[in-house]
Design a protein around this ligand. Structure first.
Ligand code: AMP
Length: 320
């Protein structure tokens, strides 16, 4: 365990404690499990899994966890299993010391930051979580390893941390919906809370990958948010119960194609917020997820909006 001495004061359970902040940093599964087992049975544990390179979007999940739970645990692990060959795994930003400082200042109690060998011991693994219906949709089209990698690592983290409530960002909506199903299908004893996407002033969803945008690209990167909003507005204005998905998609694509720096539109999806299945039309009484992935120059951006009742369904109460 690495003790981390940083800021002079911190909030613990609503009380301000004077003195030197102490953040538990665990590098091994055993250390993390021992800490968790040492907490009183009645303690509620809020868990925020991340791949590091933290920004205020991540910290909004931490804030929510701290408000709702007795103890907040974050994890930092760049999960190689969800990257495909040739993807940006080696380039993915790593800044453990800066992340630990941010988490200390945010009032996190413990951080699980395992090494690759600790999570995936040499010799390989026999078992993994295979969300077969998700393998070839959305993020899975371009990154076939993605959903299996996410489900497997999150299942391992749930088993290690045993969280009462786990906090995920709407930014990665297909991941949220997959994990809700995984929790139900495999009887994990955690609740899931999906938290709204934090955005820059122009609407760009905050993301660790935004650092790849050049100074010329950054001011134009709001195009994805504007495009999704055009689809959302079309849905809201449509007269009639069933809104054709193709018409919503067209609105989104029109905005994307108007920006010459958009070098590729990987997908524009209109899908059910229950299982991410594509919908031919969207009932007003049900709503849907509009999501898209584009390349702005070389940089891949993803974003989504929830339309109609899907928004409150997903964001309101904790999900089991
Ligand atoms: P990552 O480190 O990218 O795997 O993200 C860790 C968690 O933070 C995931 O649940 C993300 O959905 C969430 N997250 C990332 N960006 C944002 C954002 N802009 N607003 C809210 N949550 C976010």
């Amino acid at each position: 365990m690495l003790p981390l001495m940083l800021s002079p004061t911190r909030q613990v359970g609503g009380r301000r404690i004077q003195g030197v902040a102490f953040l538990h940093v665990f590098r091994t599964v055993k250390e993390m499990v021992d800490y968790r087992d040492g907490l009183p049975r009645s303690t509620s544990v809020g868990f925020v899994p991340t791949m590091g390179a933290l920004h205020v979007g991540h910290l909004s999940l931490v804030d929510r966890a701290r408000k709702e739970c007795d103890v907040t645990i974050a994890s930092i692990f760049v999960n190689g299993k969800q990257f495909s060959a040739g993807e940006d795994l080696d380039k993915y930003p790593r800044q453990l010391e800066a992340d630990l400082k941010m988490l200390t200042d945010a009032g996190v109690d413990a951080v699980f930051a395992p090494t690759d060998n600790e999570m995936y011991p040499p010799g390989g693994s026999l078992c993994h979580v295979e969300p077969s219906a998700f393998s070839h949709i959305l993020e899975g089209q371009a990154r076939p390893e993605f959903f299996r990698g996410v489900a497997t690592v999150v299942a391992k983290l749930f088993n290690i941390v045993q969280p009462t409530v786990s906090y995920f960002g709407q930014k990665d909506i297909s991941q949220c919906i997959l994990l809700m199903k995984m929790v139900r299908d495999l009887n994990f004893r955690t609740k899931l809370q999906v938290c709204p996407t934090l955005r820059a002033e122009d609407g760009l969803a905050l993301s660790s990958r935004n650092a790849y945008l050049s100074a010329a690209e950054r001011p134009l990167a709001d195009v994805l948010f504007r495009a999704l909003n055009a689809g959302k507005q079309f849905f809201a204005d449509f007269q009639g119960e069933d809104v054709p998905s193709q018409a919503i998609r067209q609105q989104v694509e029109n905005v994307l194609r108007s920006q010459p720096l958009v070098s590729k539109v990987e997908y524009v999806s209109i899908a059910s917020h229950h299982n991410m299945a594509e919908m031919a039309s969207v009932p007003k009484s049900q709503g849907a997820v509009i999501s898209s992935a584009i390349r702005l120059g070389q940089v891949r951006l993803i974003d989504n909006l929830l339309i109609g009742p899907a928004e409150s369904d997903i964001l309101s109460a904790v999900k089991r």
